[in-house]
Design a protein. Structure first.
Ligand code: F6P
Length: 320
C-alpha cells in the first residue's frame, strides 16, 4: 500500500488529533503517504483532500477537536454518495482509509469495505458506546471534565442547600453519567440501560433532608431523559429547590487526558500496521488493556455492554 487516507467523522472527541498524528507518523515510517480528508465523509464526497506531512501534525497530540474537521453526512448514507466517494478515492490514488469516529462513522466504513475498498476504523466518540472495545478515544477526557464540573456545581448546591440535576451526553449509552457520577460522588445516576423510579428518588431526597442531608447531585444521561423535566418534576413533587444543569459541549471539547492520548496513539499506529499487512475491514480497539482488532461487521453487531457491577455500587457508595 503506497497511499492511505484519514478522516474524522461524527461528533468531535478529544484525542482525535492524537490519533491523526499517530496515523501520519506511522505511515511515514512505513513509507506510505497520507492524504487528509477534511470534514469527514462530506469532504470526501466533495474531494476535500490534501497531502499530510509530519509538520502538519507537530504539536497536536494535546489539542482538542480535530484538525481535519468533522461532519455527519446524510449524502454518504446513499448509494450515490458512496459511489462519489469511491471515485474521489480512486482519483487521488488512495488505497486504504482510516476512519476515526463512532457507530455511524463505522457504518460508513463498512459500506466502503462491502464495496471492496480497504478501511480500518478507530473508535472516536466520547460516548463509549462501541461494544467491541473497553474504551473509546475521548471518553476518559469527557469523564474527567464532567467530574470537575460536578465538583463546582456541588459547591453552589451545598451553599444554597439545593438539589443539582446534571444532564450529560450519551444518547444510547449511560457510561459518561455512570463513570463521572461514581467518580464525582453523585447520589443518584440515571442511565438508559436501567429503568428508574422518579417517585422513589423523590422519597429518598425528602428522607435525606429529614436526616440532615440537604444537598444531592443527580446525574442523568441524555438517553435517560431531560434534566430540566426531571428537575421540574422533583420540585413539583417535593417542593425542594432543584436546579438543572445541561453540560452540553463542555464535555466534548478541551485537551485530551494522557490516557486518551496514549489510547489514540496506540490505535493509530495499529491501524496503519493492519493496512500495511493487508488486513482490511477491521476496527481497532482495546480489551483488558491490549490493542485488538475485530471484523467491522461483527463489531457493529455486538450487543451493547453495560457495567452492571459498577452501577450496583451506587447504593453502597451513597449510603448515609
Ligand atoms: O455521539 C457523540 C455525541 O456527543 C452524543 O453524546 C450526542 O448525543 C451527540 O454527539 C450530539 O451531536 P451533535 O453535536 O451533532 O448535536
Amino acid at each position: 500500500m503506497n497511499r492511505i487516507g484519514v478522516l474524522t467523522s461524527g461528533g468531535d472527541t478529544p484525542g482525535m488529533n492524537a490519533a491523526i498524528r499517530a496515523v501520519v507518523k506511522a505511515a511515514r515510517v512505513n513509507h506510505i503517504s497520507v492524504m487528509g480528508i477534511t470534514k469527514g465523509y462530506s469532504g470526501l464526497i466533495e474531494g476535500r483532500v490534501h497531502e499530510m506531512h509530519r509538520v502538519d501534525v507537530n504539536d497536536i497530540v494535546g489539542d482538542g477537536g480535530t484538525i481535519l474537521k468533522t461532519a455527519r453526512s446524510k449524502e454518504f448514507v446513499t448509494e450515490e454518495g458512496q459511489q462519489k466517494a469511491l471515485q474521489v478515492l480512486d482519483a487521488f490514488d488512495i488505497e486504504g482509509l482510516v476512519i476515526i469516529g463512532g457507530d455511524g462513522s463505522y457504518r460508513g466504513a463498512k459500506a466502503l469495505w462491502d464495496k471492496g475498498f480497504p478501511t480500518i476504523g478507530l473508535p472516536g466518540t466520547i460516548d463509549n458506546d462501541l461494544a467491541y472495545t473497553d474504551y473509546t478515544i475521548g471518553f476518559n477526557t469527557a469523564v474527567s471534565g464532567v467530574v470537575g464540573e460536578i465538583r463546582k456545581i456541588r459547591d453552589t448546591m451545598e451553599s444554597h442547600e439545593r438539589i443539582g440535576v446534571i444532564e450529560v451526553m450519551g444518547n444510547r449509552c449511560g457510561d459518561i453519567a455512570l463513570f463521572s457520577g461514581i467518580a464525582g460522588g453523585a447520589e443518584h445516576i440515571l442511565v438508559p440501560e436501567v429503568p428508574f423510579d422518579i417517585d422513589a428518588i423523590c422519597d429518598d431526597l425528602v428522607h435525606d433532608r429529614i436526616r440532615g442531608k440537604l444537598t444531592s447531585i443527580i446525574m442523568i444521561s441524555e438517553g435517560a431523559g431531560k434534566g430540566e423535566s426531571l428537575a421540574n418534576y422533583i420540585n413539583a413533587k417535593t417542593g425542594l429547590d432543584v436546579k438543572a444543569i445541561v453540560l452540553g459541549y463542555i464535555q466534548r471539547g478541551g485537551t485530551p487526558t494522557s490516557d486518551d492520548r496514549i489510547l489514540a496513539s496506540r490505535l493509530g499506529v495499529r491501524a496503519v500496521e493492519l493496512l500495511k499487512e493487508g488486513t482490511y475491514g477491521r476496527v481497532v480497539g482495546v480489551r483488558d488493556n491490549k490493542v485488538i482488532d475485530d471484523d467491522i461487521a461483527e463489531a457493529l453487531a455486538m450487543e451493547h455492554r453495560f457495567d452492571q457491577n459498577l452501577y450496583n455500587m451506587i447504593e453502597t457508595l451513597t449510603n448515609i
